[in-house]
Write a protein that binds this ligand. Structure first.
Ligand SMILES: Cc1cc2nc3c(=O)[nH]c(=O)nc-3n(C[C@H](O)[C@H](O)[C@H](O)COP(=O)(O)OP(=O)(O)OC[C@H]3O[C@@H](n4cnc5c(N)ncnc54)[C@H](O)[C@@H]3O)c2cc1C
Length: 379
C-alpha cells in the first residue's frame, strides 16, 4: 500500500508556507494542486483498474490530517479529489464514467458536488432543480448555491428532480451552465463558493448516474469523514502551536506552560482530539460506503471539537493569536465552516437521534400550515 502520509508530510511544509498567500489573495491554489498530483494524492482512492492507487479511506485519513494542518484549503482539495462526488461516481458509475472521472481527477480536477439551493439547504429533498428528458439526453434547469469549486472544477455531480425522484447527473459544464456569483467567505478563502445557474443545460443519456437519492447520500457519508478529518488536522496543528507557545512565552517570571490552568487546556485539547480521531478512524473502517451513523457521529464530534480546540489555542496566544500576522487567525476562520458545510451539526444530531430512537424522525410535519400559524398569532 502506498505510504500516503509520508508523501503528504513531504509536501505539507510548502503548503504551510503559502497558506497565507491564498487566504489573502483569494486565489485558487493551482500550485498546490500540482504538488498533490505529482505526489499521487489526487485520486489515490480510485481503484487500480481505473489508474488510482486503490487506497482505503483509513490509508488516506492521516494524509488529509497532515495536509490540512498545513493548509486547510489544500486539505479540502485533497478530500474532494478522493471523496465527495468522486465516491458516488466510483460506487455507482459505469466503467466509462469512472474512467473519465479518474482521468480528470488524477490530473488535478477537484469535482464539484451540487446539492444545495437557495430554498433547499438542510432540507435537500426540497430542491427544485429539475432534469427533463429530451431527445438524446436530459435538460437541467435550476439554481445551486454554495458550490465549492464552482468555476474552477470541470467535473460536476448535480442533484436534480426527475420523474423518478432525485437523481445525480454528471456534467463538465458548457452551454447553459454558468457561475452567477461568488460568495465572499469568512474563511477558506481561495476556494470559490459559487452560485451556479443551469439554464436548459443539456447533458447526454450517459450523464445519468445509476443511483437514487438514498444511494447518493450514502456516498456522501465518505465526504463527511473527509470533512471531519480536515477539521481535525487544523485543530491538531493549532494545539501544537499552543503547546510551543506556552513553553516559550514567559509571564510572571516563568513559562506560561507552568500554569496549571493552561496545562489543563492542553490536556483537554489532546484528549478531545484523540477521541475525534478514533471516531473518524472507526467510521472510515466501517466500509467503502461507511456506516451512516458512524460517519455522522465522527463529523459531528470532529467539527465541534476542532472549533473548540482552535478557539482555546488562540486563547493561549493572547493578543498575538488575534493578529492576522499569526496563522491561528486564519485557522480560526477556516475551521468554523466545518459545523455547517456537508451536513450541519444539527442535521447530524437529527440523524444520530433517529438511530438512537430506532425510527425515522420526519422534520417536516404534514400538518404545519404557515398561513394558519400567522392567523393564530393575529387572533
Ligand atoms: C463553505 C461552504 C461550502 C459548501 N459547499 C457545498 C457544496 O460544495 N455543495 C453543496 O451542495 N452545498 C455546499 N454547502 C452548503 C451546505 O451543505 C449547507 O450550508 C448546509 O446544508 C445547510 O444549509 P443552509 O446553509 O441553507 O442552512 P439552513 O438549512 O437554512 O439551516 C439554518 C440553521 O438551521 C438549522 N436547522 C435546519 N433544519 C434543522 C432541523 N430540522 N433541526 C435542527 N436544526 C435545523 C441548521 O443546522 C442551521 O444551523 C456549503 C456550505 C458552506 C458554508
Amino acid at each position: 500500500m502506498p505510504n500516503l502520509v509520508a508523501r503528504a508530510a513531504a509536501i505539507a511544509p510548502g503548503f504551510a508556507a503559502r497558506a497565507d498567500h491564498w487566504d489573502q489573495t483569494r486565489i485558487y491554489p493551482e500550485d498546490n494542486v500540482a504538488d498533490l498530483v505529482r505526489a499521487g494524492l489526487m485520486g489515490a482512492t480510485i481503484p487500480k483498474d481505473f489508474g488510482g492507487a486503490g487506497a482505503s479511506l483509513a490509508d488516506l485519513l492521516p494524509a488529509i490530517e497532515a495536509i490540512s494542518g498545513a493548509c486547510t484549503l489544500t486539505g479540502r482539495i485533497l478530500v474532494e479529489g478522493n471523496m465527495g462526488a468522486l465516491s458516488a461516481v466510483m460506487a455507482y458509475g459505469t466503467p466509462a464514467q469512472k474512467a473519465r472521472w479518474s482521468q480528470l481527477v488524477r490530473a488535478g480536477d477537484k469535482p464539484a458536488i451540487c446539492i444545495t439551493e437557495p430554498g433547499a439547504g438542510s432540507d435537500a429533498r426540497a430542491m427544485t432543480t429539475r432534469s427533463h428528458r429530451v431527445p438524446g439526453g436530459w435538460r437541467i434547469d435550476g439554481v445551486k448555491h454554495w458550490i465549492t469549486g464552482g468555476g474552477v472544477s470541470r467535473l460536476h455531480l448535480v442533484f436534480a428532480q426527475t420523474e423518478d425522484g432525485i437523481r445525480g447527473f454528471l456534467t463538465e459544464g458548457g452551454e447553459g451552465l454558468r457561475v452567477a456569483r461568488l460568495e465572499r467567505t469568512m474563511g477558506l478563502c481561495g476556494m470559490p463558493e459559487a452560485e451556479l445557474h443551469f439554464d436548459h443545460h443539456f447533458v447526454p443519456e450517459t450523464a445519468l448516474l445509476d443511483a437514487d437519492f438514498g444511494d447518493l447520500m450514502a456516498a456522501y457519508n465518505v465526504q463527511r469523514i473527509g470533512a471531519g478529518t480536515i477539521a481535525l488536522g487544523v485543530a491538531a496543528q493549532a494545539a501544537n502551536l499552543a503547546r510551543d507557545h506556552l513553553l516559550k512565552r514567559r509571564q510572571f517570571d516563568r513559562p506560561l506552560a507552568e500554569f496549571q490552568g493552561l496545562q489543563w487546556m492542553l490536556a483537554d485539547m489532546d484528549t478531545e482530539l484523540a477521541a475525534a480521531r478514533l471516531l473518524l478512524q472507526d467510521a472510515a473502517a466501517s466500509g467503502a460506503l461507511p456506516d451512516r451513523t458512524k460517519a455522522a457521529r465522527a463529523k459531528l464530534l470532529a467539527s465541534e471539537t476542532a472549533v473548540r480546540v482552535v478557539d482555546r489555542a488562540l486563547q493561549c496566544f493572547g493578543a498575538a493569536g488575534y493578529s492576522d500576522a499569526h496563522p491561528l487567525e486564519r485557522m480560526y476562520r477556516d475551521v468554523r465552516m466545518f459545523t455547517i458545510g456537508g451536513g450541519t451539526a444539527q442535521v447530524l444530531r437529527n440523524q444520530i437521534a433517529a438511530h438512537v430512537l430506532g425510527q425515522k424522525l420526519p422534520q417536516r410535519p404534514a400538518a404545519f400550515d404557515a398561513d394558519r400559524a400567522g392567523a393564530i398569532a393575529a387572533e
